[in-house]
Design a protein around this ligand. Structure first.
Ligand code: NAD
Ligand code: TDX
Length: 327
């Protein structure tokens, strides 16, 4: 079985490739990634010489490169995306190119190549903000940021290829992931790396916004379950049942890093900032998956990673600024 993983040099993709190689010894994995600011081959340096692993640099919006990458593959898992909400507020053009056009190019190539299963990795943000209650897979989409709108568009395209072309598409919509190898622009790795460097951190608005934090390894297990046991044409929410306000997350990181709580600075709110994300995940649970990593254990492991692997995140710092955040 050969699996094409797109965006495998990013945060979740690199964790997923490591998980796949460890749990499916007979699988061959091809990682196709453009290596944007968020991609780093160092995130997979431990498997780079594994004969079952192969890296190809390329753009999912390039039909010729995608056709070549998909050749000989049985399964496709698409992680490739522009993934940061703040960047989509500054400039949404590359979000449409990768998250919409790129998905269309992948779907066409998968149809032509007769791919057995195509997993589109999506997000709970497509449901929009939930003041109360939790979204189920059949709820209407109400994306609020350009990022979320581009992901919702990708989902709708994927669904249409299942209906129209009978392409065996599966869609997952997970909550916020955290863990090792996450680019330090998202809340948790940004706060950890800045605290470790003795710098202030920007907490948007009053810090009351709520997210449901899922440890990346739990998500990788869920993606594996959906890829193999999910029903084509279906959508699966993936969540941790671990909803927390940003202030509470920040305070927990302060304690783990031994940082000064005075480093937390309230800054003006993100435009259109979704108040809360929350999804029901009975459907994936019926496939036998439940999250098992507690937030305390997952966060301790994450902080330890950033403490031990300063080489990994400092290499990013030298090459790129975080773009949109106060330094
Ligand atoms: P990431 O930004 O860390 O990684 C994205 C990867 O895609 C990078 O390696 C980048 O180089 C690559 N890429 C970008 N544009 C590309 C292109 N045109 N062609 C080929 N490769 C390209 O993202 P992540 O946090 O690992 O997220 C992975 C997927 O999971 C995304 O689709 C995202 O929408 C989704 N998701 C993420 C989260 C989260 O909390 N991080 C939650 C739910 C869903
Ligand atoms: O500096 C910050 N200060 C701050 O208060 C940053 C970066 C974030 N925040 C807040 C905004 C959100 O309420 O923290 C919360 C989490 O923000 P992000 O880490 O940017 O994640 P979010 O906007 O919730 O989106 C994430 O989850 C869903 C991922 O970036 C998406 O790729 C995924 O689809």
């Amino acid at each position: 079985m050969r699996v094409l993983v797109t965006g495998g040099a990013g945060f979740i993709g690199s964790n997923f490739i490591r998980y796949l190689l460890a749990t499916h010894p007979d699988y061959l994995v091809r990682n196709f990634d453009l290596l944007t600011y968020a991609g780093n081959t160092q995130s997979l340096s431990d498997v780079a010489s594994d004969r079952r692993y192969e890296f190809m640099k390329g753009d999912i919006a390039d039909p010729v490169a995608v056709q070549e990458a998909m050749s000989g593959c049985d399964l496709v898992v698409n992680f490739a995306a522009e993934s940061h909400v703040d960047r989509s507020i500054i400039d949404s053009s590359v979000f449409v190119r990768t998250n919409v056009v790129g998905v269309q190019v992948l779907l066409d190539a998968a149809r032509d190549a007769g791919i057995a299963r195509f997993l589109q990795v999506s997000t709970d943000e497509v449901y929009g903000s939930r003041e109360e209650g939790s979204a189920s897979e059949s709820d209407a989409l109400a994306p609020n940021s350009p990022y979320a709108a581009s992901k919702a568009s990708g989902d709708l395209l994927a669904r249409s290829y299942f209906v129209t072309h009978k392409l065996p598409v599966l869609i997952t919509r997970s909550t916020n992931n955290y863990g090792p190898y996450q680019f330090p622009e998202k809340l948790i790795p940004l706060f950890i790396t800045r605290f470790l460097a003795g710098k202030e951190v920007p907490l948007y608005g009053d810090g009351g916004n709520v997210r449901d934090w899922l440890f990346v390894e739990d998500n990788c297990r869920a993606l594996d379950v959906v890829l193999h046991a999910g029903i084509p044409g279906e959508i699966y929410n993936i969540a941790a049942a671990n909803e927390m306000a940003n202030t509470e997350v920040a305070r927990t990181i302060v304690a783990l890093c031994g940082a000064d709580p005075g480093l937390i600075k309230h800054v003006p709110d993100r435009p259109g900032h979704d108040w809360r994300y929350s999804v029901l995940f009975e459907k994936v649970s019926r496939l036998g998956w439940v999250p098992v990593i507690s937030f305390d254990a997952g966060l301790a492991c994450t902080v330890a990673f950033y403490q031990e692997r300063r080489d990994w995140w400092k290499s990013f710092q030298e090459e790129t600024s975080y773009g949109v955040l106060p330094q």
